[in-house]
Design a protein around this ligand. Structure first.
Ligand code: PMP
Length: 436
């Protein structure tokens, strides 16, 4: 059995024996030992409402997901070179949720692996290295994806932008140059066309435009209407492909739609998936068209030791079952709407809430020093996160200025949970600036 160590000792041993770049959440880190539904429990049995983990999508340790994994682990785990029902059933069930064009599935072990494989599909299909990404985006931890993640390459310790990459501005109608909802889609899509033109100016054809269907690290941003349609048109006109990264936001989180790209009325050429796909079990996926998949056939096999194994597929199937049976997409829509309405009410009373945005259970709250100037206030955002933790609610911050409270709980997060959160947030806001 594993000895139970105190937090100080764990920190000391981590510092000595583990990746020295690991971080921990909160000034005083939590030692979490158990999860259930939307709740996490620390070593002293204190319960924390988890409002930030979008990986345990159908709830921490959902009994049906756990049982599906346990059953399959006790029976067989092997690779895709044997026929197995789970793999084929998963491909059928996943593609049934998607537009008909997206009918071919590749399974991986992470979102990063999915995006890296997607880049190989792009090279096979259009053979063009130029890549357009959106500012502040994060697409994964592999070398190929650090290159495509402004959040990393322009961030602390980042190596800077590689020459085959161009960055389009975030379509941010709160702080960006165009704040008119009706004009914003076309305005920011011109930013994508501009990036394509800059690549062309360096004799680089655009191979792919990567864009999250809702921006995560960028600060919980909802794409303005018409943005992807116009951006995709510009990219396709130059011969490039369009990739929707739904590693964070897929599988019903967006509420009204199962896939967040559907909000924009487009169909990407390649869709990448991860995090919620298997409720925390390591898994990712690429879904694409038969034409693009056919271009990948060169004689060399894409083999992934663990990708698509029977255990992962059993778990991912159970996740789809639970989303449907517990109507979690509908819950994301209704609880998300209730939360947004409550946050907007708080916004009327509390100056630091500059903006409330999002859809379904993917929400952002901009914390500002001054409503008119929209000056980001990361210090107060941090104070709120710490004060909410004292009240046993887990949140975190993101965005270029680290001042956006990000809200993306497991979809089992209920209206009662939302009411408790709103009540405690009001208490914290009333006590600012100290808010202990
Ligand atoms: N794409 C997006 C949008 C992500 O948020 C992440 C992870 N934060 C990834 C890709 C990479 O996924 P993973 O950590 O599973 O490799």
């Amino acid at each position: 059995s594993v000895p139970a160590r105190g937090s100080d000792e764990l920190l000391r041993l981590r510092a000595r024996h583990l990746n020295p770049t690991l971080s921990v959440s909160y000034r005083e880190p939590l030692k979490i030992v158990r999860g259930e539904g939307a709740w996490l429990f620390d070593a002293d049995g204190r319960a924390y409402l988890d409002m930030v983990n979008n990986v345990c999508h159908v709830g921490h340790c959902h009994p049906r997901v756990v049982a599906a994994g346990q059953r399959q682990m006790a029976l067989l785990n092997t690779n895709t070179r044997y026929l197995h029902d789970n793999l084929v059933e998963y491909a059928l069930r996943l593609t049934a949720t998607l537009p008909p064009a997206l009918s071919v599935v590749f399974l991986t072990n992470s979102g990063s692996e999915a995006n890296d494989l997607a880049l190989r599909l792009v090279q096979a299909h259009v053979c063009a290295r130029g890549t357009v990404v959106v500012d502040h985006a994060y697409h994964g931890n592999l070398s190929s994806l650090i290159d495509l993640s402004p959040y990393k390459f322009n961030g602390k310790g980042g190596p800077g932008k590689p020459s085959h990459v161009e960055v389009a501005p975030m379509p941010d109608t709160y702080r960006g140059p165009c704040r008119d909802a009706a004009a914003a889609g076309a305005h920011y899509a011109r930013g994508v066309a501009g990036a394509v033109a800059r690549l062309a100016g360096r004799d680089l054809r655009t191979g792919v435009f990567l864009c999250e269907s809702l921006l995560g690290c960028g600060g919980q941003i909802v794409l303005p209407d018409g943005y992807l349609a116009a951006a995709y048109a510009a990219v396709r006109a130059s011969g490039g492909l369009c990739l929707a990264d739904e590693v964070q936001v897929g599988f019903g989180r967006a509420g009204e739609h199962f896939w967040a790209f559907q909000r924009q009325g487009v169909v990407p050429d390649i869709l990448t998936l991860g995090k919620p796909i298997a409720n925390g079990h390591p898994m990712g996926a690429v879904v694409t068209t038969p034409e693009i998949a056919a271009s990948f056939v060169s004689g060399m096999e894409y083999f992934n030791t663990y990708g698509g194994n029977p255990v992962s597929c059993a778990i991912a199937l159970a996740v789809l079952d639970v989303i449907a049976d517990e109507q979690l997409q509908q819950q994301a829509a209704s609880v998300g709407e209730f939360l947004q309405a409550g946050l907007r009410t708080l916004q009327q009373d509390y100056e630091p809430i500059g903006d409330v945005r999002g859809c379904g259970l993917f929400l952002g709250v901009e914390i500002v020093k001054d409503r008119a100037a929209r000056t980001p206030d990361s210090a107060v955002a941090r104070t709120i996160v710490e004060a909410m933790k004292q009240r046993q609610i887990l949140l975190s911050t993101d965005g270029p200025d680290d001042n956006v409270l990000k809200i993306k709980p497991p979809l089992v997060f209920s209206r009662d949970n939302a009411a408790e959160f709103l009540h405690k947030l009001a208490e914290v806001l009333a006590r600012l600036p100290a808010a202990a």
